[in-house]
Design a protein around this ligand. Structure first.
Ligand SMILES: Cc1cc2nc3c(=O)[nH]c(=O)nc-3n(C[C@H](O)[C@H](O)[C@H](O)COP(=O)(O)O)c2cc1C
Length: 308
């Protein structure tokens, strides 16, 4: 079955907003230019409110300038973003999100001019929804662009004295585990969770285990850990601590590992030395090295931690 693309969903939502706002602005702007008095569109009663704006006597005696501004600021911009989104260009995602913010700023001017009203408020919410869709599409685009091919790591498994153990949801820890094993020739062992960890629902399910500091049930460890001279354990950070599947692994591996070092991957800043301390106490060994790696949708920044 083909994997559901969160990028495609977010891009479609963003396309909807850019078309909806863009076409609406074009139609509204055209109406204002066609009849600058505002009578035809029932907007003439709003004209006095425009007088609080700078240069009102020149620009806002009628709705002509406002119509042009509406077409330029919210119409052409959003339709350009829509065309770029249809052409699957990344710039469409960025511009679509930015134009959501532009709409919110536009509405802020209306909040300043008019008394609180339903139309301005709802369009502010539309702008916010568009900006959120743009941000989500930008994040998902980076996530889905992240690919790595295990067959690129030819040296993995050539040294039977070393082992790299890892758990990974999205592949970020997995890639580092492969790189590490490739450097030393270590064998690889993947910790497989018995619970749901994939997709958005999986994220929240993992969060439940992590918040409670529970160990997550894993498939039985079917290798002899005591046969290796050195084992590197790679884990993501979950809710500021050791991830739940690696917690289960460490509990089950207690007393079986002779020498170890850790690689800890996280999204936010910080070194998460607590992760290393928890692994030491669960495994019953003191680590020889600790690498804390910040990873933002596939871009790594490493920082070496203190040895114990
Ligand atoms: C349930 C959950 C909780 C997380 N909590 C944190 C956190 O507290 N701090 C942080 O920097 N990253 C946190 N993250 C992000 C992961 O540590 C980060 O994205 C890591 O690269 C994931 O690697 P993986 O995709 O290979 O499993 C969390 C991720 C999940 C799924």
């Amino acid at each position: 079955m083909e994997k559901k693309s969160r990028l495609k969903i977010a891009r479609r939502v963003l396309l909807f907003w850019t078309l909806f706002i863009g076409l609406g602005a074009l139609a509204g702007g055209y109406g204002m230019i066609a009849d600058p008095s505002g009578k035809a569109m029932g907007m003439d009663a709003m004209l006095p409110y425009f007088q609080v704006l700078p240069f009102a006597e020149v620009l806002f005696r009628d709705l002509f300038f406002s119509g042009i501004a509406l077409i330029v600021v919210n119409g052409i911009t959003n339709l350009t973003a829509a065309a770029l989104l249809l052409a699957k260009k990344k710039s469409g995602i960025i511009l679509g999100g930015i134009f959501g913010v532009t709409l919110m700023l536009w509405i802020c001017i209306q909040f300043y001019m008019f008394p609180l009203n339903f139309m301005s408020t709802i369009y502010f919410v539309f702008g916010l929804s568009q900006a959120i869709a743009g941000y989500a599409a930008w994040v998902f685009e980076r996530q889905e662009r992240f690919v790595f091919d295990p067959s690129d790591y030819k040296n993995v498994g050539t040294n039977d004295k070393r082992l790299v153990v890892y758990f990974s949801r999205m592949g970020y820890v997995k890639k580092l585990a492969y790189e590490t094993a490739d450097q030393t020739g270590a064998r690889l062992y993947e910790i497989v969770a018995k619970e749901r960890t994939q997709s958005t629902a999986g994220f929240w399910w993992c969060g439940r285990f992590a918040m409670n500091r529970w160990a997550m049930p894993i498939e039985p460890i079917d290798i002899d850990l005591s046969a290796y001279e050195h084992v590197t354990v790679c884990t993501p950070v979950w809710v500021f601590a050791l991830s739940s599947p690696v917690r289960a692994f460490c509990q089950q591996a207690r007393g079986k590992i002779k020498e170890t070092d850790y690689i800890c991957v996280h999204y936010a800043r910080g070194r998460y030395e607590n992760v290393a301390r928890e692994m030491d106490s669960l495994l019953g060994v003191l680590h020889t090295d600790y690498l804390s790696v910040r990873c933002r949708t596939g871009y790594y920044k490493a920082e070496r931690g203190e040895k114990s």
